[in-house]
Ligand binder design. Sequence first.
Ligand code: GLN
Length: 526
Amino acid sequence: MSSTVEQVSSVFDTILVLDFGSQYSHLITRRLREFNVYAEMLPCTQKIAELGWKPAGVILSGGPYSVYAEDAPHVDLDVFELDVPILGICYGMQELAWLNGKQVARGEKREYGPATLNVEVASSPLFKGMDHSRVWMSHGDKLHGLPTGFEVIATSDNSPYCGVAHKEKPIYGIQFHPEVTHSTQGKTLLKNFAVDICKANQNWTMENFIDTEIKRIRDLVGPTAEVIGAVSGGVDSTVAAKLMTEAIGERFHAILVDNGVLRLNEAANVKKTLGEGLGINLTVIDAADEFLDKLKGVTDPEKKRKIIGNTFIHVFEREAARIQPKGGDEIEFLLQGTLYPDVIESISFKGPSQTIKTHHNVGGLLEDMKLKLIEPLRELFKDEVRHLGELLGISHELVWRHPFPGPGIAIRVLGEVTREQVAIARKADHIYIEEIRKAGLYNKISQAFACLLPVKSVGVMGDQRTYEQVIALRAIETTDFMTADWFPFEHEFLKKVASRIVNEVDGVARVTYDITSKPPATVEWE
Ligand code: GLN
């Protein structure tokens, strides 16, 4: 069936990025999409014959290896038979040079940081509108001569071969990284390559994506099959569910498992926004007791996560079996809100010792239930998903929601998770987020939450000695969640939140603010 389904890459003109393992490779894809050219990244080991579609152009990325090393990765030579423009970036350029005369060796010193680009051949279409711009270097190897058939089109103070071009074919190499924002006109260069040289259509827009994706889903699922998927109230699962509903209506069944550790009023809110508001065919399963009973007496964070994960699979399978599709057809697919960064993570080239990460979280469900996976967001970056969500009519508030962990409040109640503890943590969190929204800070913060600590502290309230628990507030700013800094709230703001929590939440006598960055701390406390 899948062979009759068109891939996104065969509908949109696509620039193929072959990844040699640079930490910046995915940014090449990002930048191209920013000016509406669709790009996809695949490992440098991709066999061109197995591609199944023809790219409009190919970019060879940077990478940590040295082309002359014995175990260095090399591109499939068939890439040159495609007869499309090619751009080599850093390692990619060195690879082009290695294949055309082997004039690459270790430089006297590493070059890392800014350099000024001197365009030597002003007529080169690659550098249209660029000269003396700042470019970013990160290399230790160097070209020691011109690759056979090439000419120099740009230099820098340290690199006589800063840019090279084939004399007859549209094949280019550059020593610097145009994909990083430190290269001030890097995007212009990538656009020159993709739009002017490769002639790629700038039609990668979310409006076009919606149309092609709905058509693709309909072709894939066919006229009668049914699809199920879990929703959490978060951005990705909501957008995926809404897209699915647009494509196949009631034949998509969304399930929200209320695990007893969701945020305050969350299950009811999801029912209202997704079910009533967005018209998604939604079933809410109240499994709170089942989860909380299993969590009884458990204090180890890893154990908590495992119990919640396993119980979720169990409940989901049981409830899915109860759903009787109207047409009498079997449920054939499982919807998963996988995003492109997860895909990149599992396909990016990590060298000879790489281990490929699989989506182990759904693996079990697929096997047990004999389902096929459907992932309509797997080509999209997070901000593209948000944009898609807004176009599908999902509220701004939901689309810009902070991430929330699968094990939910269970890992924000430190120590044993009881109904009482969950209730305290929920209320405190609700007040905190409400105040953040009121202060207009929600979208400035990447993630914020309250944690309930399993310690008691002495206080005084209304002349009475109290001996109650402690709430820790956390708020972080980050772009990628790999590193994060704590958010510098005004003291007045913290004062207000602390006073509301102590006054309104029974069982809390003290509030603290977490001022640790990641690393060394993680975002969540458990
Ligand atoms: N490893 C190569 C070098 O050091 C390429 C570096 C890169 O692609 N950033 O020159």
